[in-house]
Every structure is written in C-alpha cells, then in structure tokens.
Design a binder for this molecule. Structure first.
Ligand code: ADP
Length: 255
C-alpha cells in the first residue's frame, strides 16, 4: 500500500502536521491478475489452431494435393514462417503469465545436455537455413547428466538461438557451446551479429525491453522469461557483447 506523507505549512512556514494517505490497491491487483489470466487463456487457446495451420502446411508441402509451383511454394514458406512467429509469441505470453503469477512449474529431473541442445537446433534449423547460417555445436563428448527442467532449459536455448539467427548477417557462424566449470555446467550461444551497445547490456533482461533501432518484430519478453527460468533452477544468466563483433549469451546451471 503506498503511503504519501504531505507536510503542510502556514504562511510563516510553521510545521503544523502531516497527512497520511492510504490507498487500497486490491482492486487494481485483482484487475491485473484477471488480465494476466485472460492473456494465459487466450494464448493457450490460440496454440491449437496455430498447430492445425502448421499441420495443414506440412501436408501441402508433402505435395499430397499435387505438385506446387514456385509461387505457391513461396507463399507456403511465408505462411509457415508467420505461424512459427505466432507460435513463439503465444508461447512467450503464456510463459510470461506463469512468471507474473509466480507460477513457474518446474519439472526437475536428470537430463542430458546434448538432447536439450539438439532440440533447440532442430527447432530453429529452418530459420537458420533460410539465412544460410552455419550452426556448430561445440561440446566435449562425455558430459555428466544434470538435474534440471529439460523443457525450460531447451526453451531458453531455443530463444538464444532464434535471437542469434535473427541478429546474424546472412551466411554467418553461430556456435552453441557447453563447458564444465567446477560444479557448474555452462551453455552458451555465440553469434557474429551486430552486438549490443554497452549501455543497453544491463537492460536486456528486462521485460519488454528492445534495443532502440533493432529489428522489433518480437515481444521483448524472451530474455526476461529466460532469466526467470534459469534463476528458478538456481542458475545464472548473462551476456558478453561487443558492438560490431557479436554477442555470446550464456547461462550456468549447478550440476
Ligand atoms: P525479442 O527478441 O522478442 O525482442 P528478447 O527478450 O529475446 O525479445 O530480446 C530483447 C532484445 O535484445 C531484442 O529486441 C534485441 O534488441 C536484443 N537482442 C537479443 N538477442 C540479441 C542478439 N543475439 N544480438 C543482438 N541483439 C539482441
């Protein structure tokens, strides 16, 4: 409850008292919660029809309905990209509503780092191919299993990778790496894109923040959700970036 204390003075500036204003913000909180729940419901409901659109597209791609000409292929490709974007945005809104209601449900189990990376690379390979990017995985062979929520870790890696793809020049290189550091495992995604100016690096994990002048097709929520997901698992998230040289986004998780 916000408290405003207002000292009042007479003409001769003598202090005669204070006014304390208490405002009950419960209705605003309730309204905010209703909004968050509404966003969660709508995003959830949107996922099914978008998934059907994607399935229909896949059938058309498989030429079940006859051979397609180049123009039709191009059209299908762009519908496919738009439905991927819609799916990403609805996923982010859904995750954000979980974060806002303090409702992050973790499903911690023993998991394999390589599988989570493969999931993220597969989920983004069409976008990477359409920009002719080279995505390389750099990791040692025998890594220990880690205790984490594999879906949340894969979600963060997918978010890092799709950002790296969006902000890389055509034919650029992206390196997905895993290293062991003492009792921790470090996942990283390095790109050679335009990088992020120093003054924005602190703000990049804030909700809705987008670097001014950048490609603003997203929601500005992906990195904020990533931070919440990693910290909820006892991890740490960060970035190193040099404008003009590229960025490395990373997170550590305890083994
Ligand atoms: P979104 O990508 O949906 O805008 P994010 O939270 O994932 O939201 O990213 C926030 C902002 O950080 C982006 O809008 C962009 O300005 C900047 N950003 C993220 N990743 C990169 C990257 N690899 N290279 C350059 N800028 C990036």
């Amino acid at each position: 409850i916000p408290i405003n204390i207002v000292p009042t003075g007479e003409k001769d500036e003598q202090f005669i008292g204070s006014v304390i204003l208490l405002r009950n913000i419960t209705p605003f909180r309730e309204l905010d919660l209703a909004k968050t729940n509404f966003i969660a419901t709508v995003s959830h409901e949107l996922k099914t029809p978008i998934a059907s659109i994607k399935m229909g597209l896949q059938l058309l791609h498989n030429e079940t309905t006859g051979k397609l000409n180049q123009e039709q292929e191009n059209l299908l490709q762009s519908i496919g990209e738009d439905s991927d974007r819609l799916l990403r945005i609805t996923g982010e809104l859904l995750n954000m509503s979980q974060v806002e209601t303090g409702n992050i449900q973790l499903n911690i189990r023993q998991c394999n780092a390589h599988e989570m990376i493969s999931y993220a690379v597969d989920a983004t390979h069409i976008a990477a191919e359409s920009k002719h990017l080279h995505v390389r995985i750099d990791m040692q062979e025998h890594l220990p299993l880690i205790k984490a929520d594999p879906e949340k870790v894969a979600w963060v890696l997918t978010n890092f990778l799709s950002n790296a793809i969006r902000y890389s020049p055509e034919q650029g290189d992206i390196i997905v790496g895993i290293t062991l550091k003492k009792e921790k495992i470090c996942f990283s995604v390095q790109d050679h894109g335009k990088g992020i100016d120093n003054r924005y690096q602190q703000r990049i994990f804030e909700r809705y923040f987008q670097v001014p002048g950048s490609n603003r097709t997203g929601t500005g929520l992906g990195l904020a959700i990533s931070k919440e997901f990693i910290e909820a698992q006892g991890g740490e998230i960060g970035l190193e970036s040099k404008p003009g040289m590229g960025s490395t986004f990373y997170f550590y998780l305890p083994l």
